[in-house]
Design a binder for this molecule. Structure first.
Ligand code: ZN
Length: 74
């Protein structure tokens, strides 16, 4: 399993966007049961580059963004 991936262009664009932005076409929603509180956070995996995103739906507005969980910081 690749822990650190190179995000594809679509993922690179989405990273850091407000969580109100819609997921791009290659993202699939992970099982809701995998997330402790589905109202606060959704997790998505990209079928193209295997990036894993957390879409933060609760908390301070400045923290409600698309977080990339497994990308290298290169
Ligand atoms: Zn991707």
């Amino acid at each position: 399993m690749d822990l650190w991936i190179q995000p594809c262009a679509l993922c690179a664009d989405l990273y850091g966007q407000p969580s109100t932005a819609t997921p791009h076409r290659d993202l699939t929603l992970n099982g809701v049961g995998a997330v402790k509180d589905a109202r606060a956070e959704e997790h998505y995996t990209c079928i193209r580059c295997r990036a894993v995103f957390a879409r933060i739906l609760a908390g301070p507005p400045t923290r409600q963004i698309w977080l990339l969980l497994n990308a290298g910081q290169h």
